[in-house]
Design a protein around this ligand. Structure first.
Ligand code: ADP
Length: 304
């Protein structure tokens, strides 16, 4: 079953169309990441899925219902971490969660457990004003996790976090995903999310340009991969010659060369490299990163 289904969804604000004819399905338990420039429409799409705003055209279905007319018990199955998490600084972490738990009718034992899961157990009785940015983000996630939501919406959840806090944050999302929670994350940090996403949706000016796994997007773009070889002494020229069929070969120095080849030619290339025996001492395959894939779509694919 799909957790989210958008069919021909458009959203206009006065004369401006900010989401254009978007079709998107997110499967249950999937980690979907939306990427796009500022103003691409990521937050608007999230608001449409949360039922905070209605589409001008098309249909939005979340967990089988229209979120804009959904009942409060259905809404409790959604969690949302907005881009800037702001809580009252004078309140303690535990009090903030108790407040939201009251709104969601979640028992106290449950939110104590969540505080521990997000690593705020020891800081639970400190005022939020003393929290670091990372702690506030985690309190935001704790708030969204109340009531065991089936669907989590995270808008730029790691902006302003240092690399180790980012990793902790994604590990938490991964563990939620393993227990069946669907997550929809918008992000600017492309290379950070590529390993964290099951599928990636690329938005430009309100249009969904592409949506797929990293290998699917890579195949669609036709971008080359790079195969780097370290050769035995004095073998670099003969190896370079034998690999010429695969694509452009660049000799980097007396032992190393790089072949630029099509994804579709990768396995044949690997077989032929293996057949060279001791002439090749080491090999490294470097696929394009998400930022290159993203740039390809931004520069080469025009929204219809
Ligand atoms: P993103 O999250 O990708 O940065 P948004 O969804 O926030 O993009 O915004 C998409 C476009 O919609 C922007 O041009 C923004 O100015 C416009 N927009 C968003 N909300 C409103 C609103 N309430 N009224 C008018 N325009 C809006």
């Amino acid at each position: 079953m799909n957790a989210i289904e958008l069919s021909n969804v458009s959203k206009r604000y006065e004369q401006k169309t900010v989401v254009k004819n978007v079709q998107l399905k997110v499967r249950t338990g999937e980690r979907m990441v939306m990427i796009g420039h500022n103003g691409a429409g990521k937050t608007t799409l999230m608001k449409l899925m949360l039922g905070l705003t209605r589409p001008s055209e098309g249909q939005v279905q979340v967990l089988g219902v229209d979120p804009a007319v959904s009942t409060s018990s259905k809404r409790q199955t959604l969690g949302y971490v907005p881009e800037s998490v702001a809580f009252h600084g004078a309140m303690k972490g535990r009090e903030v969660l108790a407040f939201y738990a009251g709104l969601k009718k979640v028992p106290a034992a449950h939110y104590n457990d969540i505080l521990a899961r997000v690593g705020l157990k020891d800081a639970a009785d400190r005022r939020v004003s003393t929290y670091s940015k990372g702690m506030r983000q985690r309190l935001g996630l704790a708030q969204a996790m109340l009531g065991d939501p089936q669907l989590l919406f995270l808008d730029e959840p790691t902006s302003g976090l240092d690399p180790s806090l980012r990793r902790q944050f994604y590990e938490l999302i991964d563990s939620l995903s393993r227990s069946g929670t669907t997550s929809l994350i918008s992000s600017h940090s492309l290379n950070e999310v590529e390993a964290r996403a099951d599928r990636i949706a690329i938005l430009k000016n309100g249009v969904l340009l592409a949506c797929g796994t990293m290998p699917e997007l890579l195949e669609q773009t036709g971008l080359p991969i790079y195969v780097q070889l370290k050769t035995a002494a004095a073998a670099v020229n003969s190896v370079a010659e034998k690999m010429g069929w695969a694509g452009e070969v660049h000799k980097l120095d007396e032992r190393n060369l790089e072949i630029r080849c099509r994804v579709s030619g990768k396995m044949e290339l690997v077989r032929r490299i293996a057949a060279l025996g001791d002439s090749v001492e080491d090999m490294n395959i470097v696929p394009p990163r998400l930022d290159e894939i993203y740039n390809h779509y931004m520069e080469n694919v025009q929204p219809q």
